[in-house]
Design a protein around this ligand. Structure first.
Ligand code: GTP
Ligand code: MG
Length: 171
């Protein structure tokens, strides 16, 4: 059959935000794993949509591994940035990491699409995706297409909306 176009995606965000859980849910059910553990370094994962084949660099969000992220920026054609919507204490840390990312020379002048997941919307403490985008000042991102979705990665809710958006971008 026809070979789908391959797109390299970087999955970034703080530790415990739900990156690996989200990527796992995007795989076909027979390829999903049951036990998800904190990522060490990074892991390369793949999932397909009707028209594209995504190769995901699922990075560890732990502080000691965040310096690895930048080594993959040149490779990335899109970014998935995951936020734990219930972690109000670390929202400012998530913003700092996002700002550092956006100002990096390998990212700054590229029209890279960024898909944000305001994840863990199922938790009682979770703030809305509108509030998350305000706290992260997403309205200041003018030179890149971006989109934010509220998600519950455990149930898989909100993920398809995000993937549909990623698939609609011209790579
Ligand atoms: P690192 O690999 O350490 O950077 O973390 P990560 O961002 O990959 O997070 P991971 O997917 O390992 O999830 C961390 C924890 O959050 C796990 O216990 C998940 O089950 C849980 N989790 C992920 N998504 C959700 C969600 O939408 N709702 C709830 N309630 N828990 C979630
Ligand atoms: Mg992980």
């Amino acid at each position: 059959g026809l070979k789908k176009k391959e797109v390299h995606v970087l999955c970034l965000g703080l530790d415990n935000s739900g990156k690996t859980t989200i990527i796992n849910k995007l795989k076909p059910s027979n390829a999903q794993t049951q036990d998800i553990v904190p990522t060490i370094g990074f892991s390369i994962e793949k999932f397909k949509t009707s028209s594209l084949s995504f190769t995901v660099f699922d990075m560890s969000g732990q502080g000691r591994y965040r310096n690895l992220w930048e080594h993959y920026y040149k490779e990335g054609q899109a970014i998935i940035f995951v936020i734990d919507s219930s972690d109000k204490l670390r929202m400012v840390v998530a913003k700092e990491e996002l700002d550092t990312l956006l100002n990096h020379p390998d990212i700054k002048h590229r029209r890279l699409p960024i898909l944000f997941f305001a994840n863990k919307m199922d938790l009682r403490d979770a703030i809305s995706s509108v509030k998350v985008s305000q706290l992260l000042s997403l309205e200041n991102i003018k030179d890149k297409p971006w989109h934010i979705c509220a998600s519950d990665a455990l149930k898989g809710e909100g993920l398809q909306d995000g993937v549909d958006w990623l698939q609609g971008i011209q790579y």
